[in-house]
Design a protein around this ligand. Sequence first.
Ligand code: PMP
Length: 298
Amino acid sequence: MVDPDFHDRDGWIWFDGEMIPWREAKIHVLSHGLHYASSVFEGERAYNGKIFKLTEHSQRLIDSGKALEFEMPYTVEELNAASQKTIEANNLENCYVRPVAWKGSEQMGVINTRAKTHVAIAAWPWDYIAAEVWEKGLRLCAARYRKAGVECFPSTVKAAGLYTVNTLNKNHALRKGYDDALVLGSRGKIAESTSANIFLVIDGALHTPVPDCFLNGITRQTVIELAKGQGIEVVERDIELGELAAASEVFLTGTAVEMTPVARVDHDDRDFEFTVGGPVEQRLIEAFRELTGMAAKA
Ligand code: PMP
């Protein structure tokens, strides 16, 4: 069965402070956010009725907004309450939550200082990674575009504008028959996938790139803490593409993908293969499951 279009679903969406029917959550076509990407968003996940690291996500929405010069009309506490209320209004226990803030239709043109900030929150069940992919591991190809460096854009925040490149890279990967793309950073080092951070296991230690031109994911930070708690060495550093040859396991982390193993990276003329379900990844998935309540995947 094909999932219904996102505009045509039952349920409730929190919209500028009110809970309104899902199908009525609309904006004007002359919204600044639509034309000039003045929009920031969050991706949260609820496990057993509780949103994981909710305060961190609400704070990040405010911080992303600040980077785009939004005056966010809600506090962290108000955003927390609104996200939680949204999952309850939709009778959801295990779901994805999507807060979004954008500049409205008060003003057209590149400048947006007079446009108001609007905020909406939707929630729906979302198994982002299919069970069989989770079992077999992801196949990644080379991305078409690199990440923009912070000299071009505040590229470490969760701004909708950055996802133009992520979408092009993801479409490119799927067209080539892959699950996702491995994206290089502005300096040509390994950065992340199109919607998740990356970890490599080399000689039993966990290596992950420094988030200098991409999002320092909340899941990434959680996995680093879990690894340290388990006595696994964690090394944050610049990682060259060729170093994938030394990695026994590779996995992605993110709110949507949770923790998903990577089976191979085919990067132009260089192919790399990794063990799926390897020992380090298994230990960390177990710890992540215990912490969050994440369901078993395979
Ligand atoms: N990078 C990108 C581009 C993302 O979209 C996400 C998902 N928000 C992540 C990394 C991982 O972030 P988090 O763990 O906070 O979801």
